[in-house]
Design a binder for this molecule. Structure first.
Ligand code: UD1
Length: 419
């Protein structure tokens, strides 16, 4: 299993390019199932989840092109979908496989998708995805660990989500795009990735309005056509890099990012004393002096993203004072805290709250990554720890960060991938 070896204590400096958003590229790839014509995507990060989604679509007999010559381009042509199934072997490695459920049933009238099961950060059911598709007229049964959905043609409906769900909203949008009549999604997720999916669907001939607000109106069309679309920048990678610059007392310029998607993160970082400036070429971050402890509560967009919570915790270990981090989206998303404690962090977890006392002197240790964002937070902690840190199970990190060790290495970090 691959690991990272990191020697802490180096100040990061320089310019770094933010990759395309994994969480926007995944639904965009699934949306290609909605049409028999090619969908060309640009600014797709070459990370493991994207490769997994490519395999999944190929399993459904779509043609998927990912050329090493143009690593940020993915072209998909689902001329026929002869095998409308997402098997357990692929779903278990990537929950976002469930994004194929809506497009498959809308396009072919049938879908069989493995239930994802729990994951390290919580139970993560898909009941809201299923309810939405049932409202649109699909008949759903669950057997042998698989969800089976059947429909003639889906019918537009009013969908009120009990709870805000990002991929649930995306699944419903893709299904409603080909349904007969109008659908109204209420209490929809407002993440930028939702707006990006709407932009792609509209480029394919769909009629989606209101994406990015909590009410999305979709007038179904009988068929969609091919399109070319550029994926938005990854706001979580950008946030992680902002913290990397700040935590090491360095100065970075992040290019190809979208500051408007980072408002909540920038606000918290600024409150803790970090200086962030929007420039013509991107975002410049530097550490304005000692860091101050600032509380944070994760929320749905436009609030502070749960996907930035672990990285923020790493930062708070270095801030003077006590910060309270409250996780409201997932019930078990503090696994990184115990690993940071092993590095010298002063963190106490009580249910959904973590209390961090700083600044703590971190020292290098052997630690284990438990999920994607937890891995990133351990990298950040290792960058300021004294001595050597070995991070095991970096396959979690490879699911969502493109060449992170190369990007950080180019900025002056001592980081290498070892077997
Ligand atoms: C997406 C993101 C993930 C991010 C999360 C929250 C992708 C591919 N992944 O995941 O990186 O951490 O949003 O911002 O975009 N829930 C239910 N029933 C459902 C669906 C969700 O109870 O049917 C619950 C979940 O357990 C969780 C909450 O709703 O507590 C929000 O989850 P959701 O927004 O669905 O997360 P994902 O779309 O899986």
């Amino acid at each position: 299993m691959e690991k990272f070896r990191i020697h802490g204590g180096r100040r990061l400096e320089g310019t770094v390019r933010v990759s395309g958003a994994k969480n926007a590229a995944l639904p965009a790839m699934a949306a290609a199932l909605l049409t028999s014509e090619p969908v060309h995507l640009r600014n797709v990060p070459r990370v493991r989840d994207i490769v997994t989604m490519g395999k999944l679509l190929a399993h459904m007999e779509a043609q998927v092109e990912m050329s090493p010559a143009t690593p940020d381009a993915v072209s998909i042509r689902a001329e026929r979908v002869s095998h409308a199934e997402a098997p357990y072997e692929l779903v278990k490695t990537m929950r976002a496989s469930v994004l194929t459920l809506g497009p498959l049933v809308a396009r072919t009238g049938y879908a069989r998708v493995s239930l994802p099961g729990g994951c390290a950060i919580g139970a993560r059911p898909i009941d809201l995805h299923i309810q939405a598709l049932e409202k649109l007229g699909a008949e759903i049964s669950t057997e042998h660990g698989y969800v089976e959905a059947r429909a003639q043609r889906l019918r537009g409906a009013r969908l009120l989500f009990d709870k805000i769900t990002v991929t649930g909203t995306e699944n419903a949008m893709m299904a409603a795009a080909l349904a007969e009549g109008e659908s109204l999604l209420e209490n929809a997720a407002r993440e930028p990735e939702i707006s990006d999916l709407a932009a792609l669907l509209n480029a394919m001939g769909a009629r989606v309005e209101g994406a990015g607000t909590s009410t999305v109106r979709i007038r179904g069309v009988p068929a969609l056509h091919g399109a070319t679309h550029t994926i938005i920048p990854d706001r979580i990678e950008a946030g992680t890099l902002l913290v990397a610059g700040a935590i090491t007392g360095g100065e970075l310029l992040l290019t190809h990012c979208e500051p408007a998607h980072l408002t909540a993160v920038i606000e918290k970082l600024e409150q803790s004393g970090i200086v962030i400036r929007a420039e013509a070429k991107g975002l410049r971050v530097h550490n304005g002096g000692p860091l101050a402890a600032v509380d944070v509560t994760t929320e749905e967009y436009p609030g502070f993203a749960t996907d930035m919570q672990a990285q923020y915790m790493a930062l708070m270990t270095q801030a003077a004072g006590t910060s309270v981090i409250t996780e409201t989206i997932f019930e078990n998303r503090f696994l990184h805290a115990q690993e940071m404690v092993r590095m010298g962090g002063q963190i106490v977890v009580e249910g959904r709250r973590a209390v961090v006392r700083g600044p703590a002197r971190l020292s290098g240790a052997s630690v284990q990554a438990s999920d994607l964002r937890a891995s990133a937070s351990l990298v950040l902690a290792a960058l300021v720890a004294e001595g050597e840190t070995i991070i095991d199970r970096v396959y979690h990190l490879d699911r969502g960060y493109e060449r992170l060790e190369q990007k950080l290495g180019a900025l002056g970090a001592r980081i290498e991938r070892v077997n």
